[in-house]
Design a protein. Structure first.
Lengths: 654, 654
């Protein structure tokens, strides 16, 4: 590895990509036309019957424009920052003067809330002045700063305006003066990672290496002994932000914060899932920018553990709601998992960096799995209701009546007091263009099959391509050279999804057998305007099995077609979904709907209690069964019709 | 119904029954020889590496014999009371002068800790004097009083000594002066039911009706609006004993305390399971003693709901550890259940009262199921280790690594700070004789097949019987008339267990076809000395199925033989028990062990990942399977060999 970024395929500028896709444009439009305006209303506490955000109000109080108390979570500022980041992304590909004016005013407000020394955080400004940097384990100060920085970078890219970037840099400079290994600075790090990946972005946007160095410091300091977070806890008198005045018996758990050992020595994904993947993302960034082979190897180990032993089939992570955390290898319960939408977004961040480090299909496969199945599941068709938790199995009565399942919601919710996921979905989808392509010196990678137009410089030639894709419903896709100046060979590299058993490639309609390497098909050619590289992906529905040590899925099977994982809903199959089963030899039929979407159907069975005496709970009569046509629908759309039961892993009759 | 107790078959005096049983005598001896002495050590904080009880120390401080602070739970006194109750029971059938001297000294100590006005509770004496009766929802004051009363009644029955009874009566009289519907008294009741059933026992022991009336008051007052427990919470400033100084947002939940509506109107078992069954027991007692038909009907409704919709196959209850509580109908998760040992003991209390009200086999069946499978599972073979929680499925790694399963222990524990279950097991097993027989005017019922000798008066004749039983391993049992004076017919009634598909009866070796009514076989005869009524119960191993709406058991089967439910352990079957399956047509073979116990064997299968590429977590390769001889062992003994996985409901291959 070298520290020359050019050698690694890098994502295209957002302004160089425009999404035009039958499936995804609807999401992009939804974010732009509905979600961003709706979230602005939420930030201003104007959504009836939803938990108020209070974010704008806190900034107004901190700016001295309004009297009042700070309200909301200690990291409430990030509601606004994530919204601004989404706005920046959206404006990059879709200018909107009205929206930009609203955002500019919000930025104005942030500026007014910033202290002379560059510090900005409304909680500490209003509620606990003088307590800055005294509780990094709980108070998310650097986390909030990170989201400010991310917003600033997106906003300058989307609008060219530097006001927010100036605010962010002043804050970053202040942080750089406070934290570091130099004498007089604090050798600390945040309880919730985020600042690290943000500082890398700030370095990329400004070219200022001190930000990269500071990100590196935070990453390398983490997990060193004596543990900063424990020493800080002792200094504070063993108190927590979450239980004011109470002396705690239990110290903060270092593994929860991925601070149990130096990051280079970590090999198992542990603790709070979002913190973990945000950290891994920064680690991969630093490995790339610094040519750090051993750090990249740590990333690979953590990736392999997470994806190979702790990931759900919908590309989600976090097996327990206790701490929104990983548990341990192969512990993947279906009815109590957390699988936070934000964690899958962080997983996508990480996957994209790993794709830069080494273009391997497995990274793209996981990115696609999380994007198509969990991220979009997180948001309702109306753009105004969200899932934080993405369960594999829902029994609404249990969500109500069993306290261990209260976190499993059968219906998407309007807004949450802790509103991390909605703006996270918004910023990911409004920056989708950054995930579709990557360009190396002379290779254009298509990581995802999302219809779009993009411009890149390849082997010195200015190239504009048009990617068309029938996914997720149809398997035909093509990459057309819309414009290309000059001449000379360059390479088009298409990801060959692992789910496509057979993929047929052609150039200008003529079948080819391209070199397939690590999950990518490479076609090197002196490409000319009008040339078309096409692929026909295998859309045959198929069964997925987990290894036998995933105890929760023993004797069960999941269905997938193309990139979509399917599920069974009560509205299609009746209640008590555990009663239905799918014979292992039953044909899976794709049933195309009027809107072009595809359901799966099969001839299965339903167990009944018809032959059962009703008196006692346990009896010797074996349940009888009757044939039932069973119907599976894309997981990502579940819960958008009548509320009811849902199940991903169905019992299989051998 | 009448209020004449004689009409209902009542349990025999403990001194009239002596257990002599190949299976149960070992438990009775274990309690007497090991558990009672061990628990005395525990009460005195002399068990190394175990959580201290502090019970004796608290009494010494309250009695002014020692300086110090109160330690332990607010209901810690009950550790000593339950121990004394077990001692009383044990002395009834097995006098032991040394043990009696130790117990007398402890009683002496309780007397010294009693206030002038009769009140006794070391927590309020030492830690919060002046705060009596200010927090009934949390502080278990009446609950503790109830255990004092139960101990006193057992001790007078076991020894004839009235000192503890005098202490208890003085306290009960004090309580009667404080609580009641009369003007000037508090219309309140305890957060944890127990006083009610204890007061009925006090009435039975003394003939003093005011105790029955007070029990009735507590039962009838419960659930009336305005809710006493809520008003008390308001008066206290919305605080809880469990979070001192914190003003709570959430009021106490009335359903948790079974106080959400008047008990007569309740029809679904809700809330904390132990509290529920203690209350139902008192309700049945009151229905019996007062000839209260509508109260009995409420008991029947609650029984049917609990046993028909919320009971595990091992006779345990409480589907969640959150509040050690019921959840809702048919919610019976196998890997997160609570199924507290104490709750099954309370279920047995309730069943025995229902058997008095109406001798129906279903009550005896549940009593037997809970006793043979959960109560004895709660205690290790060494008498020094206990399960509080009785899971249906254990994966030790998940108990460690998944916070939602921390309550599931793979190993019995030495002693708990909240030591409810060990002394509860001790008092139940040392009073087992009260559960085997019941005598009506002219009928002797054998509810359980536990070898024993018993004396009863039947139709004016003094009769001594000898019950012999091969259970739980062999199905032969007999009831012999060892002595009988005079002449005249009386009836022997043997329970016909629901698990016995065919039961063959004989008198003096000659086959008979007795009248079978509501699960009992009635044989009316002028019984003479030496007559033997015998039965051969069907010990064929059989499969049990749950109804299809028990989602956790879909496609699964449990095994039972005689009264014992079986389970699969890692030590017999290897790890990953979910990988094994049992064909629905596989023969179940009883394998008799050297000690006479019986394992079950069958030809089943194990799924393997042999054909599976190891790279990714989810793949299209269907797991292959190979034949495996699978072995099931009695659930009640699980975890007594090498620690490992355990599973009750195994996957069935149709």
């Amino acid at each position: 590895m070298s520290n020359d970024k050019k050698i690694h395929p890098h994502p295209l500028e957002l302004s160089a990509v425009r999404i035009r896709d039958d499936y995804w444009s609807a999401y992009v439009d939804l974010i732009r036309d509905t979600v961003i305006p709706y979230q602005w209303e939420a930030l201003n506490d104007r959504i009836p019957d939803a938990e108020p955000s209070r974010a704008i109000r806190n900034f107004r109080i901190a700016a001295g424009l309004e009297e009042g108390e700070f309200e909301g979570f200690v990291f409430q500022d990030t509601d606004l920052y994530k919204w601004l980041e989404a706005v920046g992304f959206s404006l990059a590909s879709h200018p909107d003067a009205d929206l930009e004016r609203v955002a500019d005013e919000a930025i104005e407000l942030i500026g007014k809330a910033q202290s002379e020394d560059g510090y900005v955080n409304t909680y500490f400004a209003v509620a606990e002045p003088g307590k800055r940097w005294t509780n990094l384990v709980d108070c998310h100060e650097l986390y909030s700063a990170g989201h400010l920085i991310e917003a600033a970078v997106a906003y300058v890219q989307g609008t060219g305006k530097t006001k927010l970037l100036d605010i962010a840099r002043r804050f970053a400079d202040h942080i750089d003066a406070v934290f570091g290994s130099e004498p007089g600075k604090t050798r600390g790090y945040d309880g919730h990672q985020e600042i690290e990946l943000a500082l890398v972005k700030l370095y990329e946007a400004t070219g200022e290496r001190k930000y990269l160095k500071l990100a590196n410091f935070f990453i390398e300091e983490r997990g060193r002994e004596p543990h900063f977070l424990l020493e800080e806890w002792e200094r504070r008198g063993r108190t927590s932000h979450w239980a004011p005045g109470v002396v705690q018996k239990m110290p903060p758990q270092m593994a929860y914060h991925q601070a149990h050992k130096p990051v280079r020595e970590q090999d198992v994904a542990v603790g709070h899932a979002v913190r973990a993947v945000y950290m891994y993302t920064a680690m991969a960034d630093l490995a790339l920018h610094q040519g750090d082979v051993s750090l990249l190897e740590a990333c690979r180990r953590l990736w392999r553990n997470m994806v190979g032993k702790q990931m759900y089939v919908n590309g989600s992570i976090g097996s327990t709601h206790h701490g929104e955390a990983f548990t341990f290898d192969y512990d993947l319960p279906n009815d109590t998992n957390y699988s936070e939408t934000c964690a899958s977004i962080g997983l996508i961040f990480f996957a994209r960096r790993m794709l830069q480090a080494e273009p391997k299909g497995e990274y793209g496969d996981v990115m696609e799995r999380a994007l198509y199945n969990t991220v979009t599941a997180g948001i309702a068709g109306d753009g105004k209701h969200y899932f934080y938790v993405n369960p594999m199995e829902v029994w609404p009565a249990a969500s109500e009546g069993n306290p261990g399942k209260h976190h499993i919601k059968a219906l998407r919710q309007k807004w949450y007091g802790c509103a991390c996921c909605p703006p996270n979905v918004a910023r990911l989808i409004s920056s989708l263009g950054q995930y579709v392509f990557a360009a190396g010196e002379d290779t254009l990678y298509a990581h995802l099959y999302i219809g779009s137009e993009a411009s890149a410089k390849l082997n010195g030639r200015n190239v504009r391509v048009r990617l068309e894709s029938g996914l997720p419903w149809k398997g035909a896709a093509s990459l057309k050279i819309a414009e290309a100046d000059g001449a000379g060979a360059f390479t088009l590299a298409l990801r060959v999804p692992a789910w496509s058993q057979e993929s047929i490639f052609a150039v200008n309609g003529e079948r080819i057998s391209p070199e397939i390497r690590d999950g990518y098909a490479y076609v090197d050619r002196d490409w000319r305007e009008g040339d078309i590289l096409s692929v026909e992906l295998d859309m045959e529905p198929h069964r997925l099995y987990a290894p036998t040590n995933v105890r929760a899925n023993a004797g069960r099977v999941a269905l997938q077609r193309g990139p979509l994982v399917y599920c069974f809903e009560e509205v299609d199959n009746g209640a008590t979904l555990q009663s239905i089963s799918l014979p292992s030899d039953a044909a899976l039929r794709a049933a195309v709907q009027l809107d072009g979407s595809v359901l799966l159907e099969a001839d299965g069975y339903r167990m009944t209690d018809a032959d059962r005496p009703s008196s006692s709970l346990y009896g010797t009569a074996k349940p009888s069964r009757e044939p039932q046509r069973i119907v599976a629908a894309p997981y990502t759309r579940w819960g958008n019709r009548e509320p009811g039961e849902m199940l991903v892993w169905i019992r299989e009759d051998r």
